[in-house]
Design a protein around this ligand. Sequence first.
Ligand SMILES: Cc1cc2nc3c(=O)[nH]c(=O)nc-3n(C[C@H](O)[C@H](O)[C@H](O)COP(=O)(O)OP(=O)(O)OC[C@H]3O[C@@H](n4cnc5c(N)ncnc54)[C@H](O)[C@@H]3O)c2cc1C
Length: 558
Amino acid sequence: MQRIPVLIVGGGPVGLALAAELGWRGVACMLVEQGDGSITTPKMNEVNVRTMEFCRRWGIADAVHGCPFPPDYPLDVAFVTSLSGYELGRMSRPSRMHQKPEPCSPMRLQVCSQMWFDPILQRFARTFANVSLRYRTRLESFAASGEGVAADIVDLESGRRERVDADYLVGCDGANSMVRRSLGIELDGKTLGHPVHLYFRAPGLLKICGRKPTVFFITVDRAGPWSNVRIIDPANAMWRLMVLDTDGTSTPETVDREGYLRRALGRSLAVEWLGTSVWTRRSVVAERYSMGRVFLAGDAVHQLSPTGALGMNTGIADAVDLGWKLAAVLSGWGGERLLSSYDAERRPIGARNVGMAAEFYLAHEKFGDGLAAIEEDTAAGAEVRERVGEALVRGVGRMFRTVGLQLGYRYEDSPICLPDGTPPGPDDPEDFVPSARPGSRAPHAWLADGRSTLDLYGRGFVLLRLGAHAPDGSALEAAAAARRVPLVTVALADPDTVRLYEYPFVLVRPDGHVAWRGNAVPADAGAVIDHVRGADAPTAGLTPARPGETAPRRAATR
Ligand SMILES: Cc1cc2nc3c(=O)[nH]c(=O)nc-3n(C[C@H](O)[C@H](O)[C@H](O)COP(=O)(O)OP(=O)(O)OC[C@H]3O[C@@H](n4cnc5c(N)ncnc54)[C@H](O)[C@@H]3O)c2cc1C
């Protein structure tokens, strides 16, 4: 029998990210994955800007940039009647090599198929001696109590059964999560459809169809948008055709893949078939993300339509939020309420992203009517193509303009952040306005030495002292030290950065979100530290400072 701090169930990208995050924080964990880690029909392709920021912190951004997806391949999206047919509209998205730097992040979205991304996470997690990854090992059952979790696992090669005792168990075990079902946690939401994925190899496909390199084609014929075709691995001519919806009766054996391919390409072509997957498009969020010592993350608690490329990225942000909290509690400085803040912070973000992904998908359905002439070589056909093309780029194209969704999530009403009384800014999927308001991702700004402010965050809390004459923050440092909370102070004087962060004191959490900010350290600095480490009583916390006030006030008690 073994005793470990954290047992992770599931070695998809979210379980691997959690193992990596915990290993990076010095927390021992074991991950069990029933599969062997190989991926033949990858789902995820887009590692978004926020996930790339985490990769930067972990030191693996270069490995992700260096994946086999060519850095000079244009990330354009084209709406076409078929790959050999008319082009209706195009969204120009330069290759990573040709992208202009953006002011809001040191990182860019990276196209990196799951078949490359998961192994990068896996290799990184393995660099930590305290992380054990056990493939072909399945969690069979578990029993949780107030003291820990007893789990029964089985080695699928040898059949050997083992009991593992863990302080905490995290189910990253995907859409059919056995961990979630065992806890009786339900999913809220609905089914949106029954897509089919067809993976194939087709060397020279673009040339044969007369197309320039484009990462994503959305096909729209007289029936409306019905499929998309994505290049997954240009060097190996690997493509994926997704039929957006079917009647739900197909199986991988019965699906008419030749028929769908002919319709999408607008011609017949002999291809090498690599795989077929028939799945259900769901838009659901779990009614809770944890129960006692058992936590859930990733697809186990939120299943999104892939429109918007948010599924894995949302799950990795779950792992990052949970990771520092588990580490804090296991090292003794996290308070009793810290772990329950995981649900309070991440479930609203799950609901937000699930909702937006569904909206992106439903935008396709607005284009079903009046398209009879769309493939005709006539004036009427040309008129339809022009009208629809523009509307498609505006409507369906939204799912590719999501910087606000990627970076703008914030923990409103978090039980471990101290609001400053300022109202929330708009949460616009397409637009991102950096903010150092508590709960938000602390903004990026370049430092004089070439690093980003984001490079300052990660290990513990960071107290920023901003301005040419920032007041003294030693009371917060002392309060943190007295509670063994890791905290370092950094002084920043660059006027643009000072303006961006707005207040002379900003306290940034280990996950890079702002916990508190103010004009001065409150008289009871210990109360601030206790609040942000989840150690104060729920009713005895600080009430928000009113706008203009310098510091949080103690809640009035009777
Ligand atoms: C077509 C498509 C495109 C997508 N594109 C993107 C994209 O571009 N960007 C994005 O962010 N997301 C995307 N997604 C979503 C993304 O693929 C998922 O959100 C992501 O894979 C979920 O990761 P996960 O680790 O939570 O779950 P999974 O990847 O499902 O991993 C769960 C793992 O748990 C294991 N497991 C289950 N039960 C047990 C058990 N009892 N014991 C041991 N192991 C167990 C399983 O074998 C599995 O490996 C896409 C999805 C689809 C369908």
